[in-house]
Design a protein around this ligand. Structure first.
Ligand SMILES: [Zn+2]
Length: 133
């Protein structure tokens, strides 16, 4: 397979058993996008849509995904942006940069999850500390 420089959106409820290269599958019901890695390695890349993960914009023809796709867990470790249906590859990241990115992604996901599900009791306790004598 060869590297993709464009991705065409296909809106679907569920992804097909075998994804086609050059297609960005968008499932609104499952709040998830999927595509084959644009480097051409053939691995499926799943990008959940949530405030802490990815978001899409659709202009009626093309889709943009924010933020970039960093396939740090794949052997290819490719990194690229999908903007207006076009794929723009990043330079190759060092192992240290990849580790920093993964750590930042993990932190943001944890923060996002906490923001998405506030725990009023925990917040109340912070303001009204319970003290036992
Ligand atoms: Zn790849």
């Amino acid at each position: 397979m060869t590297a993709q420089d464009t991705l065409r959106p296909v809106f679907t409820e569920t992804f097909p058993p075998t994804m086609d290269a050059g297609v960005l599958y968008v499932s609104i019901p499952y709040r998830t996008c999927g595509h084959l890695c644009c480097c051409g390695c053939g691995h499926e890349v799943i990008t959940p849509l949530s405030p802490a993960q990815w978001s899409i914009t659709y202009d009626g023809e093309n889709v943009s995904l924010i933020p970039s796709i960093g396939n740090w867990a794949l052997p290819c470790q490719s990194h690229y942006w999908i903007r207006n249906g076009r794929v723009r590859f990043s330079r190759r990241y060092s192992a240290v940069e990849i580790a920093q990115n993964r750590e930042r992604d993990r932190r943001e996901l944890v923060q996002g999850t906490q923001e998405a599900r506030p725990r009023p009791l925990a917040r109340l306790r912070r303001y009204l500390p319970l003290r036992r004598q």
